[in-house]
Ligand binder design. Structure first.
Ligand SMILES: C[S@@+](CC[C@H](N)C(=O)[O-])C[C@H]1O[C@@H](n2cnc3c(N)ncnc32)[C@H](O)[C@@H]1O
Length: 152
């Protein structure tokens, strides 16, 4: 039986990004983990605008904090794959596996060091044009596409 890959968001603070990711995840059949506290609540107007009726289709699990999320993830036997601008390994050179949880940092600050240290892998989306980082929802779409391409 397959577990499926999941998208996890660490303390997201822009509702529209989370709505966009929930819509994508619903369309692709992926589950989403939100690690609280988020900077908005699920009734947020911008979340609803970006997620539309796809929010009702989304397989969403909320975790009260990172420690709770991490304990749950380990109990499920899932690897933690962090996307971060601080990584060296390009995301296309990593072998994704069924059950992987693909984690993204918050828009304002990424993830703290203790979360970075918990990851089984840390991956970079190379940006040859420069710039500090990509938008969170775009990063999640790029990552999900590659993981799904590999896993079929
Ligand atoms: C807007 S970025 C966060 C920027 C934040 N100032 C930082 O230093 O991490 C939000 C999240 O998108 C993902 N991300 C954005 N650009 C990325 C890249 N080039 N490679 C890997 N992950 C990226 C990371 O998960 C990041 O934490």
């Amino acid at each position: 039986m397959t577990q499926g890959i999941r998208i996890a968001l660490y303390q997201p603070d822009i509702a529209g990004n989370t709505g966009t990711i929930l819509r994508m995840a619903a369309c692709f059949g992926l589950a989403v983990d939100i690690i609280e506290p988020a900077g908005f609540d699920l009734s947020d107007r911008n979340l609803r605008r970006a997620g539309m009726d796809y929010l009702e289709m989304a397989a969403l699990k909320r975790h009260v904090d990172f420690a709770t999320f991490d304990a749950w993830r380990i109990s499920e036997g899932r690897r933690l794959v962090l996307f971060t601008t601080k990584a060296a390994l390009p995301y296309t050179e990593f072998r994704y596996a069924d059950g992987d949880v693909i984690l993204f940092g918050r828009e304002s600050a990424g993830v703290p060091d203790h979360v970075h240290d918990r990851a089984d892998a840390r991956l970079l989306i190379p940006m040859r044009g420069g710039g500090r980082s990509l938008n969170l929802a775009l990063s999640a779409a790029i990552a999900a596409s590659e993981a799904m391409r590999q896993l079929g």
